[in-house]
Design a protein around this ligand. Sequence first.
Ligand code: EPZ
Length: 420
Amino acid sequence: MDKILIHGGHKLSGSIKVSGSKNSSLPILAATLLTREPCVVHGVPDLSDTQYMLQILTYLGAQVERASGTVSVTAEKIDSVAPYDVVRKMRASVCILGPLLGRCKEATVALPGGCIIGNRPIDLHLKGFEALGASVRVESGDIKVFAPKLTGATIDMQGQFGPTVLGTDNVMMAAVLADGMTVIERAAMEPEVVDLANFLNKMGAKIEGAGASRIIIEGVRELHGAEHWVIPDRIEAGTFLVAGAIAGRGVTVKRVQPDHVRALTDALARCGYAVDVAQDSVSILPNGDATALQLTTEPYPGFPTDMQAQMCALLSTNRGTSSVTENIFPRRYMHVAELKRMGAKVQLEGATAVIEGVDRLLGAPVMASDLRASAALVLAGLKAEGTTEVNRVYHIDRGYEHLDEKLSELGAHIERVKAP
Ligand code: EPZ
């Protein structure tokens, strides 16, 4: 397996451009199953996760073409059964359920397996499908949904840890072809949900309120093809802003929608970094002695859980004692043991990491465990003295397009070592 070596202590500067959003591309690509007509999606990042989704669409019978970031999908005739071997590599494949149920009125999709970041049930997705009139069975590891017809309903998407993002997407994609009106209460308000709703509306759907906690969907008889640009990846943008904070002397992240990263830029400003927000770029500058922070992850527009690990890496060398509370995936702390291997002082107390800032980190061999934890280890490596060796970088390739190349463009001494 490839690994990444980071020779720390080199200051980053300059600008970097953000790729298209992974978490927008995945449900939007799944939504192309809702029509027989060709769809064209631009700005799809070249990641193993988007590759997996294209393999799933091809397996179901869709014609798929890809030319750099542009993907064309024509799902003229499709099957509605996606077995374990096809979907097991990526949890997000669960978001083909809604489009298949909406279009084919039936679907059999293997249940997603366990996830290292924590317990990730899909009960809210299934509850939503049942409310639309579908029968739902989980049998021998498969989810089987069936409905002679779907009828609009009022559905609450709030779970124990807040609204569900992919659950809101899935129910929205099933409801666009249902009879009558569906009201999603306490829906997820993430920008990726809005981007999906915009794509569906271009296909002829009637969705109002995406981005707010109540979404109203007037069902239509059928959808047509459409062309769409996915939004920039706010988590990739956030990761580069933290890179600029942890090891920069002036880094600008371009092609970012500032309001999508506001919770992060506010947090960075609160702990002392100079943040300059322009129309479609954000710049970050060190500003003397960066301080500690009390942080809690929340559903959008709160502080994103997908930036929690990166912030732990940053706060590990900021002066004072910080606390980071993970409210979405309370056990999402696989990065902590690895940061401690680099000399960080972190105490886990339930869903809170108490971080005592240290003067320096030291490079060490560390193990990536999941997408965002691995990004945090790379960021810590930029700051650390000596060389950090991040193993299992396939986790990074799931969600970051050419992370190491982009960081070296900013002046990082980083290299990818191919497996022999
Ligand atoms: C999306 O996952 C993102 N993935 C995740 O990003 C992100 O961490 C998460 O939203 C939260 O922001 C994609 O968009 C592909 P949820 P999703 O359903 O939709 C509980 C990354 O790093 N829940 O919003 O699967 C759940 O356990 C990934 O890019 C239920 O209880 O997350 C969690 O505690 C990792 N029942 C909370 O809700 C359900 O039916 C939020 O999960 C569904 C979820």
